[in-house]
Design a protein around this ligand. Structure first.
Ligand SMILES: Cc1ncc(COP(=O)(O)O)c(C=O)c1O
Length: 364
């Protein structure tokens, strides 16, 4: 009674986001000590030693508020990307940036388009802001840009496009994305979520920042430091967008949502491109290992442009998930994404991947 009186009505249809189970939770549930987690697309190689050292050295400064404008990391990013400082907004992970952006632009009744199978946070913030979700149907589990284009109406405010897409791992051909972006009316904002873009091969990678710099001011590019830089636990993400839009977001966002440790670690992570290369190369090699094993098992999967793979087990995904858990391996059942037989598995290091396949063979 009390809750129904006070709750924001936009929250009523929100599906609960179920994060990957943590090792601690699984250990407590099952009493298995040797667990591995391949469920949240974290960086299998950890984080850059530069970042780790930098935050250790800052431990005596945690009583001080961070720079509310994160100027230092923003200027490093602006220089690296060739955009203006005022075109970059930062947040508590890319999730934080999605929330800040949603609060800044979504009004009651605005239509917000996203693919049927994609990262669920777009829908959450859209509903909280009383926007109207409009689903674009997938075509063979791929995002259908023509369908999205057709769904754009006079009421459309935002299109969320996750490329590469989570949970499918698929990347859209760059030329198709470019043509799509060109076709979107100027008054519609396209949010291009590139959380996994660094894992994408160069042939499949769109120069999105180039498109933005080329004058597409209704494009907002979203990036995360949780994946390629391995800073998921610290929380840092950023967005690149039009100067006025970024000013508006900065006007309403929590002023200290990027901690001093997150900003420092991000700056030092950017300077360690060797770690980035090590992660990309390691992940490519392990993906090939996955493909060989999956082919041998005769399982269907989508070739991935990310650090995870969506696998069709051909069986009830929840049961496979539970059975793998009992073998000490945490993955993600894709039932959350309405895929009843798929699991999403993060690419780990070789020993973890071998353990996963040992467990999967036993389970199947
Ligand atoms: C597509 C996509 N966008 C955004 C995020 C959020 O990333 P962050 O950890 O920076 O909040 C994730 C996290 O898994 C993601 O998969």
């Amino acid at each position: 009674m009390f809750l129904s009186r006070i709750a924001n009505r936009g929250t009523s249809a929100i599906k609960k986001y179920v994060p990957g189970k943590s090792i601690k939770e699984a250990q407590a549930e099952l009493g298995i000590t040797e667990m591995i987690k391949l469920a949240s697309n974290e960086n299998a190689f950890g984080a850059s030693p530069n970042s780790i050292r930098a935050i250790q050295e800052m431990a005596d400064q945690i009583h001080v508020y961070p720079d509310s404008q994160s100027r230092e990391i923003r200027s490093c990013l602006a220089e690296q990307l060739g955009v203006q400082l005022g075109e970059i907004t930062t947040g508590n992970g890319a999730d934080g940036v999605i929330y800040n952006l949603g609060m800044a632009v979504i009004d009651q009744g605005d239509e917000i388009i996203f693919p049927r199978i994609t990262f669920p946070i777009y829908e959450t913030i859209s509903r909280v802001m009383r926007g109207v979700p409009v689903y674009s149907e997938m075509r063979d589990l791929r995002i259908d840009l023509a369908d999205i284009r057709e769904k754009i109406s006079d009421r459309t405010k935002v299109v969320f496009l996750c490329n590469p897409n989570n949970p499918t791992g698929d990347a859209l051909p760059p030329e198709e994305v470019k043509a799509f972006l060109k076709s979107v009316p100027e008054q519609v904002l396209v949010v291009l979520d590139e959380a996994y873009i660094d894992f994408t091969s160069s042939q499949a990678k769109l120069d999105s920042v180039g498109v933005f710099r080329g004058g597409m001011s209704n494009l907002f590019i979203l990036r995360s430091f949780s994946k390629i830089y391995g800073l998921a636990g610290l929380r840092f993400g950023y967005g690149i967008g039009d100067l006025d839009l970024v000013s508006l977001i900065n006007l309403i966002k929590p002023p200290f949502d990027v901690s001093i440790l997150a900003e420092r670690a991000a700056i030092d992570a950017l300077r360690d491109q060797d770690f980035v290369h090590k992660t990309v190369e390691g992940c490519f090699e392990e993906k090939r290992f996955f493909y060989r094993q999956l082919d041998a098992l005769g399982l269907d999967y989508i070739r991935s442009h990310t650090n995870f793979i969506l696998i069709d087990t051909g069986r009830d995904a929840q049961e496979v998930f539970q059975a793998l858990l009992r073998q000490g391996v945490i993955v993600r059942a894709a039932t959350l994404y309405s895929l009843p037989t798929h699991i999403r598995v993060t690419i780990g290091q070789r020993a973890e991947n071998e353990r996963f396949f040992e467990a999967l063979r036993a389970v199947l």
